[in-house]
Design a protein around this ligand. Structure first.
Ligand code: SAM
Ligand code: DTB
Ligand code: SF4
Length: 335
């Protein structure tokens, strides 16, 4: 097992990031092998439970109301529809089910009550339940934890320096605050970002520095490649070259050795060989299913074929334990 460090310096991370690519991949593979079962990949499914019409101005996002995209606004789904989607995802091999809402933040209203019911029902399927609903207060995080939420996704997206070029309607500090509320409630943290937003290498290094120096590393670190969507301010951005994605994944693997690094949005444009190199470089999680939230993702058959070709195996649900139970038990243990 590698040392888990929270005192990385920018120079140290830059020195890793700038290694010759194949050397970097080999080093990341070593770290990966000593901390994880090599070839085991977590499969997570996404469902957009409330789509579009969002008040925020995230420049990459097709769901922001202010941009003219093809996304159709859809009100919060019904609980039974969500449960059916989760059952289908489980039957297709997913161990985690992530529900996303195009909200700035959670409000204490009937919609939140319904999300709580969704969490309870999906939890009964023995899947790891995840939500991404925007900003959360400590009380809301606590309610989600009590309902059985396993993970909460809230991305920092980029470096603090580049953040204001991409989003102006909420701050970097707001994001970190939500992550801290999630952590305190005993829910596992899923947080990463996007490459291809017009950031420099310094910003990619800065984002990894922020994540790697959190008091506890996020259990999952999604690395998304921007999916440029027509009508958004970043719709004309060019695609991130594949070697830059590999470099990002490998560096994340080395600085956060125990975390799951998720090869997230952008897989549709990658060949099996390119994805294979990402797995070699330490990626050990994917989003499966033919849709992410609103944009397409590889078909299930294509992913099954990729698993066969590369000799990958799906990771079972709760293989890392049930942290809600663990945290609660620790809290009540006599000292
Ligand atoms: N509204 C909530 C929020 O912003 O936290 C949850 C949903 S939001 C769509 C979740 C994440 O998806 C964003 O933080 C961003 O990292 C990612 N994302 C959104 N649009 C994307 C795109 N076009 N390409 C890649 N990633 C994207
Ligand atoms: C994450 O890091 N990526 C997912 C999930 N967390 C919520 C979302 C990707 C969205 C891609 C654009 C879309 O499909 O709308
Ligand atoms: Fe809204 Fe989330 Fe999209 Fe930002 S990323 S516009 S908060 S749905």
């Amino acid at each position: 097992m590698s040392d888990i460090r929270h005192n990385w310096t920018e120079e140290e991370i830059r020195a890793i990031f700038e290694r010759p690519l194949l050397q970097l991949v080999l080093d990341a593979a070593d770290v990966h092998r000593s901390n994880h079962i090599f070839g085991e990949v977590q499969i997570s499914s996404l469902l957009s439970i409330k789509t579009g019409g969002c008040t925020e101005d995230c420049a990459y996002c097709p769901q922001a109301a202010r941009y003219n995209t093809d996304v159709k606004v859809q009100a919060l789904m019904k609980v039974d529809e969500v449960v059916s989607a989760a059952q289908k995802a489980k039957a297709e091999g997913s161990s985690r089910f992530c529900m996303g809402a195009a909200w700035r933040e959670v409000r204490n209203n009937r919609d939140f009550d319904r999300v709580i019911d969704m969490v309870k029902e999906v939890n009964k399927l023995d899947m790891e339940v995840c939500c991404t609903l925007g900003m959360l207060t400590p009380d809301q995080a606590e309610r989600l934890a009590e309902a059985g939420l396993y993970a909460y996704n809230h991305n920092i997206d980029t470096s603090e320096e580049h953040y204001n070029e991409v989003i102006t309607t909420r701050t970097y500090g707001d994001r970190l605050n939500t992550l801290s509320n999630v952590r305190k409630a005993g829910i596992t943290v899923c947080s990463g970002g996007i490459i291809g937003l017009g950031e420099k290498n310094e910003d990619r290094i800065g984002m990894l520095l922020t994540l790697a120096n959190l008091p506890q590393h996020p259990e999952s670190v999604p690395i998304n490649v921007l999916v440029p969507v027509d009508g958004t301010p970043l719709g004309d951005n060019s695609r991130v070259p594949f070697d830059e994605l590999v470099r990002m994944i490998a560096t994340a693997r080395i600085v956060m050795p125990a975390s799951a690094v998720r090869l997230s949005a952008g897989r549709l444009e990658l060949s099996v060989a390119e994805q294979g190199m990402c797995f070699l470089a330490g990626a050990n999680s994917i989003f499966a299913g033919d849709k992410l939230l609103t944009t397409p993702n590889p078909e299930q058959n294509a992913d099954m074929e990729m698993f066969r070709i590369l000799g990958l195996k799906p990771k079972a649900a709760f293989a890392d334990g049930r942290p809600n139970a663990k945290v609660k038990a620790m809290q009540y243990e006599p000292s």
